[in-house]
Design a protein around this ligand. Structure first.
Ligand code: M6R
Length: 590
């Protein structure tokens, strides 16, 4: 998604803005721009990478920057931000839903637009409403907007000042040695701002006279607490050298250890009564996080006997959900800023449900919206493709499932003590990487891949398919192994690759039957299992031995070779795993 940054400094801010945009790159973007206020306003904006701005320099201590992920209007220099009007320059993250009506109104008053974006209407409104009061003009303009926005605005008439506002898109303000900042996220301020405060919906930030001030929607001053940025989010931007995705896969054992330690310190007493009484649960999330929610559903239903309804958050928002006061809703989100997941959590709370958040960012909007939060300690995840956060989400959700079992049955499940072996198991799963290299070499030209699984392995299959789709751009489908012959088998022909994950003893034969159906139609079968006998008895042409852990914990480690396989496929196909086509890390619009 788009990222915004703004800076007011005693020194020239162009370099700080450029570095900030580099740190925002991970969110996903297709164009970038900077505006600096010196003697006049200088703007440079271009389609393509932030590095296209490296030749731009303008003196001045006040400025704004933007990485754009196109929604309204194709990626182009003209559509890139900042947008300007009447001496104002603006950057925007979000979607102005009523922009067409506003644009028509402004055009009717003689305004001429130079872009196809929804964002340009905001700066035109600000310029129209300006009567000498910078903050007042911004407040009046955003009062006309429907939809979502985080904006940062500078004005030629107000050197050393910046106004920012937010609704539904994230915005933080930070103080650091290099100046005063506003930004879309905390990781992008790591290393430059030591103290951070978050803006809430409807609030304004005004940087002036070397101070950051917050105001409510009626422009009454607010008192905010600035908190120190979390240690684990620092240094994220310097983890470079090679690809972040590869580095983040390598970090999985460390991330699991840290997450387990933090879970062991967590006091579940505040939700004990609720968990003890839970009769039905919901789990909501998007993308990779949704796959971890599916594992949670399977585990809780099987071990605690509580039915769990699992929805993608975007669907949950618009279904006549039966969620109500007796229900527990678990909302899972690495970033804690995904718009659909947030709206699902708000909806659940408004209906009286108890919301438990599982997130990587303790200071995220989701954590603030929930009744109870489990924070994983994956550390900053920069690559768009979620890897280590998925393994840590699974750990958090398995831990939560174990608490549920305890509250319901007065004992922890048998596998609970084995959670401490997960980090070691994850390292052992990496022993598969050299075989996985060979597999990627073999399948690098594949046009499509099926991933099969049964039971909980289906969640892993789905996650494996999502990974290879998003970064290697290979069509893939995660499919229940037993469903193959009900339709999808029609596509299997000579050499068609089918990857099967089979880690549950009672289902080994069933998975093997599906592979046999594929093999007899000429398909290329691959099997991942921790059971040697399953590999030995299989018709698969390619197999890989996973480490042995209690079966309910296998999803945490069986996915690792699939994450790595997607990475290798991406490299083999000459693509950049950290910047997948059309995708953004943090999806802060609906
Ligand atoms: O930050 P979140 O966990 O809420 O993000 C949800 C999805 O957008 C995310 O998992 C997405 O599917 C990843 N790119 C998958 O690798």
């Amino acid at each position: 998604m788009c990222g915004i940054i703004g800076c007011v400094s005693d020194k020239d801010c162009c370099g700080a803005l450029y570095d900030g945009l580099k740190r925002l790159e991970y969110r996903g973007y297709d164009s970038a721009g900077i505006a600096v206020l010196g003697k006049t306003l200088s703007v440079c904006k271009k389609k393509g990478g932030v590095s296209n701005l490296s030749g731009f320099y303008a003196a001045g201590g006040t400025g704004i920057g933007h990485t754009r992920w196109a929604t309204h209007g194709a990626p182009s220099d003209a559509n890139a931000h900042p947008h300007t009007s009447g001496g104002f320059a603006l950057v925007h993250n979000g979607i102005v839903e009523n922009y067409a009506a506003l644009k028509e109104e402004l055009e009717g008053e003689g305004e001429v637009f130079s872009s196809e974006t929804d964002s340009e209407v905001i700066v035109k409104l600000i310029a129209r409403y300006f009567e000498g009061d910078f903050l007042g003009a911004v407040a009046r303009a955003v009062g006309r907007l429907e939809g979502s926005y985080a904006i940062a605005v500078i004005c030629e008439k107000f050197p050393g000042e910046l106004v920012a506002a937010k609704k539904k898109s994230p915005l933080v303000a930070g103080e650091g040695r290099g100046g005063l900042f506003v930004c879309s996220d905390i990781p992008a301020l790591s290393g430059i701002a030591d103290y951070i405060a978050k803006a809430e919906d409807g609030e304004f930030v005004h940087i002036a006279k070397g101070e950051i001030n917050f105001y409510d929607r009626a422009l009454r001053p607010l008192s905010k607490t600035f908190f120190r940025t979390q240690e684990e989010l620092r240094g994220a931007a310097v983890a470079g050298g090679g690809y972040f995705m590869r580095a983040e896969i390598a970090e999985i054992p460390r991330a699991l250890s840290d997450t387990l330690s933090s879970l062991e310190d967590k006091d579940f007493a505040p939700c004990a009564r609720i968990l003890r009484g839970a009769k039905r649960m919901f789990a909501v999330a998007c993308g990779t996080a949704y796959h971890s929610a599916l594992v949670f559903r399977d585990t809780v239903e099987r071990e605690a006997g509580i039915p769990v309804v699992c929805h993608t958050a975007g669907e949950f928002r618009y279904r006549p959900a039966l969620v109500g006061p007796q229900d527990v809703v678990v909302a899972v989100s690495q970033s804690g800023e995904t718009a659909d997941t947030l709206e699902a959590a708000y909806l659940a709370r408004s209906r009286g449900a108890f919301v438990i958040a599982v997130t990587n960012i303790g200071s995220s909007t989701l954590a603030a919206a929930a009744d109870f939060t489990l924070v994983m300690r994956a550390g900053a995840e920069i690559a768009v493709a979620a890897t280590k956060s998925y393994n840590c989400q699974l750990l958090c959700l398995l831990y939560l499932a174990a608490q549920l079992v305890f509250f319901k049955k007065d004992r922890f499940p048998d596998w609970f003590s084995a959670l401490s072996s997960l980090a070691e198991g994850a390292s052992a799963a990496m022993d598969c990487f050299s075989e996985t290299d060979r597999l990627a070499d073999c399948l690098k030209k594949a046009r499509a891949i099926y991933y099969l699984g049964r039971g909980t392995d289906l969640c892993t299959a789905r996650e494996g398919a999502l990974k290879v789709k998003e970064i290697a751009c290979v069509f893939a489908e995660g499919y229940p192994a037993g469903e193959l012959k009900h339709g999808s088998l029609a596509l299997v022909e000579e050499g068609f690759p089918v990857i099967c994950v089979s880690t549950q003893k009672n289902l080994l034969k069933k998975s093997e039957n599906a592979l046999a159906e594929v093999r007899s139609r000429g398909g290329f079968c691959v099997l991942f299992s921790q059971y040697r006998e399953a590999l030995a008895d299989s018709c698969a042409q390619f197999s890989c031995l996973l480490p042995i852990l209690p079966e309910p914990l296998m999803p945490v480690v069986s996915v690792i070779p699939l994450q790595y396989f997607a990475y290798k496929m991406c490299i083999e196909r000459g693509l950049d795993p950290d910047k997948p086509r059309n995708l953004a890390k943090s999806v802060t619009v609906e």
